[in-house]
Design a binder for this molecule. Structure first.
Ligand code: URA
Length: 279
């Protein structure tokens, strides 16, 4: 196991994508019944380029080429044994070795692979050669447990709402929470800004009353902040203490480690996947 590092690596220069003409018909090898074809977004996720959702954005933004031609069609299929896929100027290849990392994300690090404003990303903190991406996202100023992997299927399932992967947070509030508001938090609510419904969750007041622990099975955008805003509180600090049962305890902010085989097994079990390879 390599040692976690704090060193900021050289930022890989992404080549400007070739703005070739979009492909308007399927590649020659493509037939509906061909068994070896997979969707381009799934291939990109399995190759560790981005999550499937993010890969769709990349495809739509014209950042992906197949055999030298730009593909902007969602649902496009490729033959991974024959087709050459280039994303943002880099060839995407399927990895044999699957990587599973836990980062204790510090403040001021953003959860995207590349930042147009050149701000520090979580990948800058990892600095390994293999491509990995974050499983879901944390706000720039939220600290704590963030998984990174090149295992597209596991990442997809962990992020999918139907699997309800648990996320545990400790929120520091601007004022002490009342027992009545804790009850409202636990019972589920409608968010005041959009009217979206959030389900029931587990929650507990910690020591001084300014800190609340909560365990959610959903991951709406800025959900914790919005739940507290709805109740009239401001979140001063937010730390995700555990994601999918994996806690950052023992890691200092900015430190990372590979998951143990037992931890990887537990993730597979959580989302109903069979594990084929060992880390
Ligand atoms: N909820 C938030 O408000 N922010 C996060 O980063 C994660 C959950």
């Amino acid at each position: 196991m390599s040692k976690p590092t704090h060193q900021k690596p050289e930022r890989a220069k992404a080549k400007t994508p070739n703005r070739a003409k979009p492909i308007d018909r399927p590649a020659k090898s493509q037939t509906a019944s061909a068994p070896s074809l997979i969707r381009l977004n799934k291939f990109l996720a399995n190759a560790g380029v981005a999550s499937r959702r993010k890969a769709d954005e990349m495809i739509q933004n014209g950042e992906v080429e197949v055999n030298g031609k730009l593909v902007t069609e969602l649902g496009f299929k490729i033959d991974p044994t024959k087709d050459k896929v280039v994303a943002n100027g880099r060839v995407a290849k399927l990895h044999r070795r699957k990587i599973y990392i836990l980062l204790n994300k510090p403040k001021d690090a953003i959860t995207t692979s590349r930042d147009e404003l050149d701000r520090r990303t979580v990948l800058d903190l990892i600095g390994i050669d293999e491509r990995v991406y974050a499983v879901g996202r944390l706000d720039r100023n939220t600290t704590g447990a963030l998984l990174l992997t090149n295992d597209g299927e596991l990442a997809h399932r962990l992020m999918h709402p139907s699997f309800g992967a648990p996320k545990e947070y400790v929120a520091e509030l601007d004022k002490k929470i009342t027992r009545a508001d804790l009850k409202k938090l636990k019972g589920g609510m409608r968010l005041s800004d959009t009217g979206e419904k959030v389900g029931a969750c587990e929650a507990a007041i910690l020591d001084d009353g300014y800190h609340v622990w909560l365990k959610l099975h959903e991951g709406k955008n800025r959900q914790v902040h919005r739940m507290f805003w709805t109740l009239g509180y401001d979140v001063k600090k937010l730390d995700r203490v555990a994601y999918a049962g994996i806690a950052h305890k023992g890691l200092r902010r900015g430190e990372w480690r590979y998951l143990s085989p037992q931890e990887v097994d537990s993730l597979f079990k959580l989302v109903g996947l069979e594990r084929e390879t060992k880390t």
